[in-house]
Design a protein around this ligand. Structure first.
Ligand code: AMP
Ligand code: MG
Length: 274
């Protein structure tokens, strides 16, 4: 069994208040996680444990977990959901992808649609993209005035604190891939008929803005990694390393929450089933 303690404790974490130094962070984790088979085994074990813990979380119906996945196109957000939560039934996990806002969503403040999708008590919520798009794509493509975007970092921190204080544990993962890895994944979407459907020409436009996105991500990590909702930067060039790391962190968070099955206020012997 692989020991993921190191990954959970420090190397991926963005310490609150510290500079994230995104550009110095690795996109492969061979030194810590060299063996594919062991990592895949760990992911399966973690997914099983996450399912069992989620069951208790639901029985308790008291708190929730929110897992936010961010990353550039092809960074593996969907694949991570599939690998980490594949043991959980659809009742226990709600996955919400955030795409371009609708007219209705744009008519509200940017957190409106986000708050509506926040997990109910007892549920694990997974966001595929999130409120952070409003300081990432919106900033890079200039979709809102700079002063409006500038206020959003504090608004996001306050919103996440509000969730935290109301019983939602917030985990945030930035899936960090290299520009070369993205080229290969985009090329695979062109070459492999099974992957053609994933190809989107606008991804090529975003790829041209790689450095602007890196800068916008760095600002997010510098300003929005907090005690109550810290960011982790996950080396994501190798899918099996990415899955092992995310699943370990999610499992550890649920273990720390330690949900317990409620004790009944009756005795089985009080009842007779006829
Ligand atoms: P995908 O995740 O590939 O389905 O693409 C979703 C697209 O929606 C991405 O290009 C995002 O950048 C975009 N998107 C998500 N949230 C926002 C937002 N708040 N404003 C503008 N575009 C967004
Ligand atoms: Mg896309």
């Amino acid at each position: 069994m692989v020991k993921l303690t190191k990954l959970i404790d420090d190397s991926t974490l963005v310490a609150p208040g510290a500079k994230s130094e995104l550009r110095k962070r690795v996109t492969v984790a061979d030194d810590i996680l060299p063996e594919r088979e062991a990592a895949e085994e760990a992911t399966k074990e973690n997914a099983k444990a996450i399912d069992a813990l989620q069951d208790a979380l639901w029985a308790e119906r008291h708190r929730s977990l929110l897992v936010i996945l961010q990353g550039i196109d092809t960074s593996g957000k969907d694949g991570t959901v599939r690998a980490v939560f594949n043991r959980c039934g659809p009742l226990g996990v709600s996955v919400t992808p955030f795409g371009r806002p609708s007219d209705e969503e744009l008519a509200h403040d940017f957190l409106w649609r986000i708050h509506m999708a926040a997990p109910k008590k007892g549920v694990i919520g997974v966001f595929n993209r999130s409120q952070y798009e409003d300081v990432l794509v919106v900033k890079v493509r200039g979709l809102a005035p700079a002063d409006v975007i500038e206020q959003r970092y504090d608004q996001i921190n306050a919103f996440e604190k509000h969730l935290h204080d109301n019983g939602t544990r917030v985990l945030k993962f930035m899936l960090n891939i290299s520009k070369d890895e993205q080229r290969e994944r985009l090329q695979a979407r062109l070459d492999d008929p099974q992957k053609n459907w994933k190809f989107n020409a606008s991804d090529l436009e975003d790829r041209k803005l790689w450095d602007d996105y890196a800068k916008a991500y760095e600002t997010v990590l510098d300003r929005c990694s907090t005690e109550h909702a810290p960011w982790r930067v996950v080396p994501a060039d190798r899918k099996w390393q990415r899955n092992a790391i995310v699943s370990a962190v999610v499992r550890k968070a649920l273990e720390d929450m330690a949900p317990v099955y409620p004790k009944p206020d009756w005795k089985a012997s009080d009842f007779q089933i006829t």
